[in-house]
Design a protein around this ligand. Structure first.
Ligand code: 5AD
Ligand code: FES
Length: 354
């Protein structure tokens, strides 16, 4: 009986991802009703702080991979981080996300701890704090949790083990099982856990994406961020023949993935990935229409934004942080959404699973 239900779900998800334009437009009101019912009609902002592009890993798709010698490496000072936190607070964003390339050396772990202490001291509880800092030991994750971080994003990138192997070097730094294990640890420590995948990566099929959605359900995640793959010129996955059509079809697929996921897991938080906006200027707003309820405006100091290039054509690199807010307010009203200012905007799923 259960198997039958599972097969039906799998078939439906496959249909969602391959719907034509007309069928998709008919499906959207159903998705919107689920949004209203389970997460409400507000969109929540998280100020995104790109702390550093120094990374020990060498993922084949990523522009800040260790062996990309053309990347200009930086790490924000504590003052710069705190001014980005201040901007987020002043703009009433409610939460921040601290993201960086992966490092687990003591200096880095201690630096994050000192940032968290500073945030706690200044804003105790007034700002939600999400970390997106890769695989870390349980002791480190525990420490950061005790210092006030309460959500953690760690994308699995693909739930297909063979594909994971193709997208990463074959060594202990890029181990599929370790990544899954870290997702489990995050949950044990008590974080609201987020993951996600690349959409339209090399050799990935629609069936793989259906399995990704089922994977999210099987690990019972609280938050998802997923966006289209965009090939970066200084990576092994650069495809000089990539056309606008290729990007557009990945974009369409990414929106369908968001809607399918809202149907499958209606009470989780789903972020509108910035890579959507790199393909279409209205990408994030379209993601909200498709079922996303989180947007991460960039609050990184302008001079460093350009260096945090995971993929080319990154949007908003020329805007100052405060310019993003007015722009986003206007854009969201175009899709009939309001913003949950000064609210953490936690995933209802997290509280319902406790
Ligand atoms: N295209 C789109 N997204 C990418 N990321 C890394 N490289 C690319 C790319 N070329 C995503 C990964 C990572 C997140 C921070 O950025 O999924 O987890
Ligand atoms: Fe930095 Fe993949 S290249 S985590």
């Amino acid at each position: 009986m259960e198997q039958l239900h599972y097969d039906k779900t799998r078939r439906f998800l496959h249909e969602c991802l391959t719907m034509n334009h007309e069928q998709y437009n008919q499906f959207l009101p159903e998705v919107e009703a689920l949004v209203q019912q389970h997460v409400g009609d507000k969109v929540y902002f998280r100020g995104l702080i790109e702390l550093s592009n120094i990374c020990v890993k060498d993922c084949y798709y990523c522009g800040i991979r260790r062996t990309n010698s053309t990347a200009h490496r930086y790490q924000l000072s504590l003052d710069d981080v705190m001014s980005a936190v201040d901007i987020s607070y002043d703009q009433h964003y409610g939460s921040i996300v601290i993201q960086a390339g992966e490092r687990c050396d003591k200096a880095f772990v201690d630096y994050i701890s000192s940032i968290l202490k500073e945030i706690k001291q200044k804003y105790d509880g007034k700002l939600g704090v999400t970390l997106s800092l890769g695989e870390q030991s349980k002791a480190t994750l525990q420490k950061w949790f005790e210092l006030g971080a309460h959500r953690y994003l760690l994308r699995i990138e693909t739930s297909n083990r063979e594909l994971y192997r193709k997208w990463h070097p074959n060594n202990c730094l890029h181990d599929y099982d370790k990544r899954i294990e870290t997702l489990r640890t995050l949950r044990e420590v008590g974080y609201q856990v987020g993951t996600g995948v690349l959409i339209g990566g090399p050799s990935q099929t629609v069936e793989d994406l259906v399995e990704d959605l089922l994977f999210f359900q099987s690990i019972d995640v609280d938050m998802i961020g997923m966006g289209p793959f965009i090939s970066h010129p200084n990576t092994p996955f650069y495809n000089k023949n990539e056309t606008n059509e290729d990007l557009k079809s990945r974009y369409t697929l990414a929106l369908r993935m968001i809607s399918a996921l809202r149907w499958l897991m209606p009470n989780i938080n789903i972020a509108a990935a910035t890579s959507l906006q790199a393909i279409d200027p209205m990408g994030r707003e379209m993601a909200v229409k498709a079922g996303a309820n989180i947007i991460m405006p960039n609050v990184t100091p302008k001079q460093s934004r350009v260096d945090y290039q995971l993929y080319p054509n990154k949007p908003c690199v020329d805007e100052e942080a405060w310019e993003c807010k007015g722009c986003l307010d206007a854009r969201l009203s175009m899709v009939d959404k309001s913003v949950g200012y000064n609210e953490w905007g936690d995933s209802p799923h997290f509280f319902e699973r406790l």
